[in-house]
Design a protein around this ligand. Structure first.
Ligand code: NAD
Length: 336
């Protein structure tokens, strides 16, 4: 088996706890790996780096092309630009892919939910272009480019084809943002008509779309959207299948991929061995499939499914009392 070199960014808050748990599970399942552990976020400053996204960390991901990342803290309303936004832009990780599906033994309002949010990751209101025009008046620029809209639309249809999925739905607000959201719609229609007419295509205005999503998520398949809506919809979809503790994610570019859970650094439970590491373990499974390590990925999936089904080692967010470390131990004990 090939040995992989993977950049590991433990992150802030619960990040070090869930990434340590994930690392142990991946290794116990047989992944042959050299971890290149580097910081990002508040922990980078604590370790004496010059800024929250050290050049060494970016360079390592560029060199090795793959990273597993814990969440990082971003101050609200002031301070540094989000590490995540910087990382996604610097590495051109243009597609966020976030599957949200029902899990064995996790009871929620709906069964058999199987959604994938595909979020444009590099522009929209995350351009960071905010200005104070005169005191008391600020603007925030929403950027949409034909290149990025076409690229994310093509990614969504290609993903649908490769994963044998049936439908792409664009969530938009083009009735109000006629030019920016309108551009995404035009690009998605074009890619659908010219390249993927075999995949069903639909559009929904986001407000009505979110109502339909919570009324019956089973009517949707792939949800394609711009940056900010994708952020909100990722957490909404997480809520439909059991919460942030069970939803993985990846940020994909042409030259690199960074795998991370949807959740943040959860300062309210950090350092208490309370976090559910499953979302990052599942992100690790997505990473293994990206690396063509399908049999190790399957082993881990089978092991955590068994733990969930037995229901005796669940973390607090899923109604249990098992700690982060002990959940990882339970998964490891089920590896075959
Ligand atoms: P959050 O996702 O950190 O937490 C929201 C709620 O979900 C909290 O109650 C938390 O305890 C719970 N939760 C989250 N992950 C959990 C897990 N694995 N197990 C059990 N419970 C879990 O969102 P927030 O509180 O809005 O943000 C906290 C910080 O994280 C902010 O600084 C934010 O900017 C950052 N953030 C980072 C990322 C990232 O690095 N990818 C993503 C989202 C938010």
């Amino acid at each position: 088996m090939a040995k992989h070199t993977i950049v590991l960014i433990p992150g802030d808050g619960i990040g070090p706890e869930v990434s340590a748990a994930t690392k142990r599970v991946l290794e116990a399942a047989g992944l042959s790996v050299d971890w290149v552990e580097l910081p990002a976020g508040a922990s980078a400053i604590e370790q004496g780096f010059e800024n929250v996204l050290p050049q060494r960390t970016v360079a390592a991901i560029q060199a090795h092309k793959i990273a597993l990342k814990g969440p990082v803290t971003t101050p609200i309303g002031k301070g540094f630009t989000s590490v995540n936004v910087q990382l996604r832009k610097r590495l051109n990780l243009y597609a966020a892919v976030r599957p949200a599906h029902s899990m064995p033994a996790i009871k929620t309002r709906f069964e058999n939910v199987d959604l994938v949010v595909i979020r444009e990751n590099t522009e929209g209101l995350y351009s960071g272009l905010e200005h104070e025009i005169v005191p008391g008046v600020v603007t925030s620029l929403k950027v949409a480019t034909e290149v990025a809209c076409t690229r994310i639309a093509r990614y969504a249809f290609r993903y649908a084809t490769r994963q044998q999925r049936k439908k792409v739905t664009v969530f938009h607000k083009a009735n109000i943002m006629k030019m920016s959201d309108g551009l995404l719609l035009n690009c998605a229609r074009k890619i659908h008509e010219e390249e993927y007419p075999n995949i069903q295509y639909e559009e929904t205005i986001i407000d009505a779309g979110c109502m339909k999503l919570v009324q019956d998520p089973r009517r949707f398949d792939i949800l394609l959207t711009e940056n900010l809506y994708g952020d909100v919809m990722s957490d909404l979809c997480a809520g439909l299948v059991g919460g942030l503790g069970v939803v993985p994610g990846s940020n994909i570019g042409e030259d690199a991929a960074v795998f991370e859970a949807v959740h943040g650094s959860a300062p309210d439970i950090a350092g208490k061995n309370l976090a559910n590491p499953l979302a990052l373990i599942m992100s690790g499974v997505m990473m293994l499939r990206h690396l063509h390590e399908d049999s190790i990925a399957q082993k881990i999936e089978d092991a955590y499914s068994q733990v969930l089904t037995e229901g005796t080692a669940l973390t607090r967010d899923l109604g249990g009392a098992t700690g982060t470390k002990e959940f990882a131990d339970a998964v490891i004990s089920k590896l075959k």
